[in-house]
Design a binder for this molecule. Structure first.
Ligand code: AP5
Length: 217
């Protein structure tokens, strides 16, 4: 099963995709994580992506699409995947459709996490991430047991450079301009489900799992 988690920066895509992937036994493919790994390794692709990420802009499709397509070929994605942060433009959505079509597969669910703007801003300013396993925490709503240390693997927690207020404002603008049109792209196919992302993490997770298990689509 191939499932897309769609939503603004801070809507909870990463948090929920990681829970869903474990529960549904699917790969978790996060385009932002793929870029951050490349930046950390200092590869040519990482150096190119970094420029865009630091400004809160999207990395161009000509870089993003091949990177995600290659990840989709990995053995753990054969049964399916939860896609977190991809697609983000109509061109990316078309490329994904074509690639899945070639394998006789298709997107079965697009789960749209809706969260008010003020809540997005407060979530991103309090977010902490594990350097080792990418687990996500929030200093108020979802704190780790020990400050600065990951509950899951003991790794060091850090705050993302693009979570600064000005960059977050730009990421939100880009989301409304370039990613929100995907709602219309998928609406016609009866795969789209709108989920209230402004509830406690376990309640959102429950709704998402129910939407995945629902028949039809
Ligand atoms: P990416 O890493 O994908 O960032 P994003 O989409 O901006 O999303 P975030 O990771 O900021 O938020 P999230 O929705 O995952 O929320 P989270 O679960 O962490 O992309 C980064 C950059 O890479 C982009 O700007 C772009 O440059 C580039 N890029 C990536 N993909 C690309 C693509 N396809 N095309 C082109 N460029 C691309 O939660 C946020 C916080 O809220 C956490 O602290 C969490 O603990 C807390 N929280 C979560 N859920 C709840 C809840 N229900 N209640 C209270 N708190 C909650």
């Amino acid at each position: 099963m191939f499932v897309i988690l769609l939503g603004a920066p801070g809507s909870g895509k990463g948090t929920q995709a990681s829970l869903l992937a474990q529960q549904a036994g699917l790969a978790h493919i996060a385009s932002g994580d793929l870029f951050r790994e490349a930046v950390q390794r200092g590869t040519p692709l990482g150096r190119q992506a970094r420029e865009y990420m630091e400004r809160g802009e999207l990395v161009p499709d000509r870089i993003t699409v091949p990177l995600v397509m290659e990840r989709l070929e990995a053995p753990d994605a054969v049964r399916g995947a939860i896609l977190d942060g991809f697609p983000r433009t109509v061109e990316q959505a078309r490329a994904l459709d074509e690639a899945l079509n070639d394998k006789g597969r298709r997107i079965e669910r697009v789960l749209y996490l809706k969260v008010p703007r003020e809540e997005l801003l407060s979530r991103l300013s309090g977010r902490w991430i594990c350097r080792a396993c990418q687990a996500t925490y929030h200093e108020v709503t979802y704190p780790p047991r020990r400050a600065g240390v990951c509950d899951r693997c003991g790794g060091e927690l850090y705050q993302r450079a693009d979570d600064r207020r000005e960059t977050v404002e730009r990421r939100l603008e880009v989301y409304f301009e370039q990613t929100l049109p995907l709602i219309d792209y998928y609406r016609g196919r009866s795969v789209l489900r709108e989920i209230n992302g402004n509830q406690p993490i376990p309640s959102v997770a429950e709704e998402l799992l129910a939407a995945i298990r629902q028949d039809g689509g």
